[in-house]
Ligand binder design. Structure first.
Ligand SMILES: [Ca+2]
Ligand SMILES: [Ca+2]
Ligand SMILES: [Ca+2]
Ligand SMILES: [Ca+2]
Length: 362
């Protein structure tokens, strides 16, 4: 996992909330990750999607080409999220909110109704109780840029994050302590400006901020590759998997996950950042080659059809990483291996393992 630079904790501030209650037992709503693309009918209607309604101010909302545009030119306006997957959200519940958005101008806040928030204000990322009571304020200009913003409201804290998708180095974080859950709904607000939300997610379980960390365990590994495989096979519409952002799930998304996010090659079954004989040892020892048994990345399924077969060698050949060392470090003089070489090596390992197994007493 790559290290991301976080600015927040050193700038941690604590703000005392005058009217506060103890954290109450929090009742979760649906536990699975919700993704919503703002098809007509999702806004202001108790649908199976997110039920969002303006709860303060005179601002306007508009759905254009699947985007939700929030605008307020007359001070502060707020939209509350009341329902999720058809169930009413429990006020004060813990939740994570993520939006893929473009911040255009003014002030965008995401938080708990009109008070506790993390958000963007002109050229700053900030957190506080309201517009006038700012706890953390970081210079960060993303006006007009497409970015991901996430707010986690857990226990009695609010964490706000912002980053450019696929660029962990761009992450900034604001941290807001003592944000006691009160009788408030998750909400986002706009003041004297506009923001466009392209997609949003809300969940009662943490949403990983790492692109490709689909199971939210903090790292990108074979479990995430296998989740992508599964999502692709069932033609999931969860856009987190669409890493290429072309509205379809296919091998190209797998390519981005393996090559860019995990920074390795197809064939690196054991994920030690190299594709070499050690990977053949692993997959042939597991022994699913041409058995038709369901297989994951670590078991030889590199092309994503959920079995280990000759197609996986094709995927690995085409990626060209065999014995080249870690991706990006191959500038050192390493002869490019040909496909036949990989195949021969694979066959040798497969045969050795097979013979070893055959000799084992039964
Ligand atoms: Ca993961
Ligand atoms: Ca895609
Ligand atoms: Ca390897
Ligand atoms: Ca396969």
């Amino acid at each position: 996992m790559r290290t991301v630079e976080t600015i927040s904790k050193t700038m941690l501030s604590i703000v005392t909330v005058l009217v506060s209650l103890n954290a109450t037992a929090l009742i979760g709503f649906a536990q699975d990750l919700m993704q919503d693309s703002f098809v007509d009918g999702d806004i202001g209607i108790a649908s199976d999607g997110l039920y969002i309604q303006k709860c303060q101010g005179t601002g306007s909302q508009e759905l254009v080409s699947g985007d939700l545009i929030l605008e307020s030119n007359d001070g502060w306006s707020m939209w509350c999220v009341y329902r999720y997957n058809g169930e009413r959200i429990t006020p004060g519940s813990e939740w994570s909110f993520r939006a893929d958005m473009t911040f255009e101008s003014g002030f965008l806040a995401v938080g708990k109704q009109s008070y506790h928030h993390a958000g963007l204000h002109a050229d700053r990322l900030r957190a506080g109780i309201n517009q006038d009571n700012v706890a953390v304020d970081l210079p960060y200009d993303v006006q007009g840029e497409r970015v991901i913003i996430q707010v986690d409201v857990l226990d009695n804290t609010i964490d706000g994050y912002l980053w450019r998708d696929g660029d962990p180095e761009s992450l900034v974080n604001v941290f807001f302590d003592r944000a006691y859950p009160v009788v408030e709904f998750p909400s986002f607000g706009v003041s004297d400006g506009s923001s466009t939300i392209h997609e949003m997610w809300i969940s009662t379980t943490p949403i990983s901020r790492i692109s490709g960390d689909f199971n939210s365990d903090g790292s990108v590994d074979e479990q995430d590759v296998d989740q992508l495989t599964q999502a692709t096979r069932i033609e999931s519409d969860d856009s987190r998997f669409d890493l290429k952002r072309d509205q379809t799930l296919d091998f190209a998304d797998r390519g981005i996950l393996v090559r860019e996010t995990m920074n390795t090659y197809f064939g690196d079954a054991n994920l030690d950042d190299e594709f070499n004989s050690g990977d053949f040892v692993q997959v042939f020892q597991i022994g699913k080659y041409e058995t038709g048994q369901e297989a994951g990345w670590g078991e030889g399924d590199w092309d994503g059809d959920a079995v280990f077969s000759s197609g996986d060698f094709v995927a690995a050949f085409q990626d060209g990483g065999y014995e080249r060392g870690p991706r990006g470090a191959e500038a050192a003089v390493v002869p490019e291996p040909c496909s036949a070489q990989i195949l021969i090596t694979a066959v040798i390992y497969g045969t050795l393992v097979w013979r070893r197994k055959e000799r084992q007493p039964v």
